[in-house]
Design a binder for this molecule. Sequence first.
Ligand code: ADP
Ligand code: MG
Length: 246
Amino acid sequence: MNAPLLAVNDIGVRFGGFVALQGVTTEFRPGRVTSIIGPNGAGKSTFFNVLSGVLTPSSGSIRFKGDDLKGTKQHEFVHRGIARSYQITNIFPDLSVHENVRVAAQASRSRYNIWTNRNKFTELDAKADAALEAVGLVAKRDETAKFLAHGQQRALEIAIALISNPEVLLLDEPTAGMGPEETKEMVALLEKLAAERTILLVEHKMKMILGLSDRILVLHHGRLIADGSPRDIQTDPEVRRVYLGQ
Ligand code: ADP
Ligand code: MG
């Protein structure tokens, strides 16, 4: 059955007197890629913070597989199967590539239920190597993270997020700062990952969004103003007015 995985109802987020999100109601069903677009400051990262437990909304509810998650801490979201990457690269620069994912594996033991000492280290090592394999970084395993190319650092960040084997993976501008070649590689990686899990994506590159997404949500001043297929969104008059500038 294709029941909603993640559902939010009437979400509001305030920072002091500033309203960053207002009346956001939607749900995400399993599978493929949903993108969230909107101008700078529209509330995209704030929405991701709510969906990944980084931020408890000021009002509204959030449910994962029917369970109420409001007020739940981020590690509980990860434990249940929701993981994310950040807009700013979030790796340990002086650790090796393998050590970066290995630290993440250690931190997500509860999701795997790996607690006994016997076989623990080899199991966690294997999980780390599998995550590097998934993002194509096996050859860079022993390199110091800070010496990776920008695109490889973003891939490493995704490997870290994959360590908990999330059902829902949220990626905030994974191609930020990338040129066309690196962007192409990231798109291929996202297509591969989307075959196995639900991906929510915040991105600015319209051509990429239109090609990759099954569904697009548009945020504007903290409100959802459109929700549909790439074709719907491209022809939506309000979206064209506020976002595409046409
Ligand atoms: P986007 O990712 O769409 O560019 P954000 O979600 O980062 O937008 O931010 C939406 C609005 O909320 C912006 O005006 C931003 O300045 C404000 N904002 C975000 N986080 C905070 C915070 N922690 N405190 C105060 N204002 C914030
Ligand atoms: Mg943002």
